[in-house]
Write a protein that binds this ligand. Structure first.
Ligand code: ATP
Ligand code: MG
Ligand code: MG
Ligand code: MG
Length: 576
């Protein structure tokens, strides 16, 4: 590839809305271009990264026996009504209407459609197991799209779905995928961890997330350096709600101590069974009569289950809280909590709360104070509009660094990660409502056992950059770099020798199947080097008159502090 024929559009400054380094660098390197909130064009440079990621994923999926197909982006509401997700899914599900006023959705994932395919095509036990996948555009109307393509609304996902005759076979299919995922993530050349995740209502241990390790990641990973134990925070807390700390250091207190209370302390105080520790929200409300007078003041401790996506909860549309409430005054909050509204952090209680909770709740001490939409308007008080992001930080309470790991093999450590893949055993969650059956040996219809397996294709470049960058720009691992080698001639327009040597090297490398770009734009060396360092091409070769006189080229890896001389005659072989 010649740079003059390509599209290179680097920027000096990142746009103001780019908060994290990957977003800044992707914008500056011209990888993506923003069209709207959470909606990006992939520019030629960025698309090359996406295509490399897809190729690796496709190769390993095929190797693992999965079969590629392509399902529609726009899907009729009917199949989504069959599983109930049409009504169950909140505003993250994008709904559209056609000219005949019929309902459709823009797919956030494809369980319904693939199950519909399976019930029509997989009719006999002889056709099982099967794994069908596609690499396709998704749309999720995220509450807060951010960090560029890391949490966008439109993105590309690889999603695979396995169909089996019974749970044992389904678990084997799951294991095949979990193994394929390790092969895939090994090939990307990123540091990652496979962590146990919560499999929600299905139960069992068959859900894992693949997390790229990065200090800026949104997820907390609990792991044991001395064993294989690794879990995401929800799973770790669900498994070890009391932590693994010796009882002596974790006394149950009647009144939790500010800043030191654990979920278990609070749960005990409130008399609520501690099931899963996730996120909680404190809402202060006043009940009004028709004349608009305050009838009753209440503080609500809202306790959210782990499978309840916090992103989905708009303050004010909190399930179980109806309109008609106004909010307690600052003074009342201080009275109850000893802390002004806003982000309360882990706090203790001054008085028992008037707690409203259903049976399926969990508690956690990272309370966030808020109020409903209406309340913002009626009171004019800013009740948490300024909540820190993320909305509720699930800081660790029950599981802390240094706790004994559940396998007893060492102490727990904590690091942050970015979820780039997720494998999940589904059981009959979708086959049952959609009546996806096959005929067994005795001709009896049986429900298919399913699994689903996602990879965030377009989140991966961002995750890779969060992990691999320096003050000059991106540093791509070879496997997913837009180009592997940049050939940088100095004074190509003036020197016939430089031009000839650079073009020959480029052509040799192309012939050898190397992904090379020749920078024939005629940029000054400083600007040219800065561009390739920003774009993050891992290998660079400089061709100059001075070097050629000695029969040498200069090679430098993106992580090297200085260049190495390579004889011209050996350069092409050296680089392959
Ligand atoms: P998250 O917890 O980050 O919201 P998720 O658990 O909702 O992700 P899954 O339903 O497991 O996502 O989808 C599979 C993969 O798709 C995720 O592991 C992630 O890599 C990717 N993904 C999910 N949401 C987005 C998004 N908004 N933008 C980019 N990639 C995404
Ligand atoms: Mg999500
Ligand atoms: Mg997730
Ligand atoms: Mg997930």
């Amino acid at each position: 590839m010649k740079a003059s024929q390509f599209l290179i559009s680097t920027l000096k400054e990142a746009p103001a809305d780019a908060e994290v380094v990957s977003h800044q660098l992707m914008m500056r390197a011209g990888m993506v271009k923003k069209l709207g909130a959470g909606i990006y064009s992939w520019m030629p440079m960025g698309l090359r990264v996406v295509r490399k990621i897809e190729a690796i994923v496709r190769e390993e999926m095929n190797r693992a026996g999965a079969v590629e197909m392509l399902m529609p982006v726009i899907q009729p509401a009917e199949v989504w009504q069959e599983t109930g997700r049409w009504s169950k899914m909140g505003p993250e599900l994008m709904r559209v209407k056609d000219r005949h006023d019929r309902d459709y959705i823009v797919q956030p994932t494809s369980e319904e459609v693939v199950t519909d395919v399976a019930r029509q095509e997989l009719r006999s036990y002889k056709q099982l197991p099967r794994n069908l996948y596609h690499i396709q555009t998704k749309f999720r109307d995220e509450r807060r799209p951010r960090f560029g393509v890391m949490r966008s609304r439109e993105f590309i996902m690889k999603d695979a779905y396995s169909f089996d005759r019974d749970p044992a076979s389904a678990k084997a299919s799951y294991a095949t995928m979990a193994k394929a995922y390790r092969a895939i993530f090994d090939r990307f050349g990123l540091r990652y961890r496979a962590v146990a995740a919560d499999s929600g209502a299905i139960g069992g241990d068959l859900s894992e997330e693949f997390q790229v390790i990065a200090a800026t990641g949104e997820d907390a990973i609990i792991y044991c350096p001395d064993s294989d134990y690794a879990a995401n925070i929800e799973k770790a807390e669900a498994l070890a709600p009391q932590g693994s700390r010796p009882a002596a250091t974790q006394p149950m207190q009647k009144v939790p101590t500010p800043g030191k209370s654990t979920c278990a302390d609070v749960a005990q105080l409130l008399g609520i069974p501690l099931q899963r520790t996730v996120k909680s929200l404190v809402l202060a409300t006043d009940q009004l009569n028709e004349a608009g007078e305050i009838v009753k003041s209440q503080l609500w401790l809202l306790l959210l289950r782990g499978d309840h996506d916090m992103n989905e909860i708009k303050v004010g549309k909190v399930p179980g809280l109806d309109a008609g409430f106004r909010f307690a005054t600052n003074a009342e909050i201080v009275d109850h909590f000893g802390t002004p509204p806003g982000y309360l952090g882990p706090i203790g209680l001054k008085k028992p709360l008037n707690v409203v909770a259903d049976r399926e709740v969990a508690v956690m001490a990272d309370w966030v104070c808020g109020a409903n939409e209406e309340g913002f308007h009626t009171t004019g008080v800013n009740w948490g509009r300024d909540l820190p992001e993320p909305f509720a930080v699930a800081d660790l309470r029950n599981v802390v660094e240094g706790d004994l790991s559940p396998d007893g093999k060492g102490k727990l450590a904590i690091e942050r990660g970015i979820e780039v893949g997720h494998v999940f055993y589904l059981g009959t969650k979708y086959s049952k409502p959609m009546n996806a059956t096959f005929l067994d040996e005795s001709g009896k219809p049986q429900l298919m056992e399913m699994g689903c397996y996602g990879i965030g294709i377009t989140r991966l470049p961002a995750a890779a950059i969060e992990q691999n960058n320096d003050d000059r720009g991106i540093i791509w691992p070879d496997a997913i770099a837009p180009f592997t080698i940049a050939v940088c001639p100095i004074g190509m327009d003036r020197s016939a020798e430089v031009k000839a040597a650079a073009e020959k090297l480029h052509d040799d490398l192309v012939a050898a199947g190397v992904d090379v770009i020749l920078d024939d734009r005629g940029e000054r060396p400083g600007a040219m080097f800065a561009d390739w360092e920003l774009i993050g091409v891992p290998h660079r070769i400089v061709v100059s008159d001075r070097g050629l006189k000695e029969g040498q080229l200069e090679y430098q890896h993106r992580r090297d502090a200085a260049a190495t001389k390579v004889p011209v005659a050996e350069a092409s072989a050296f680089l392959r």
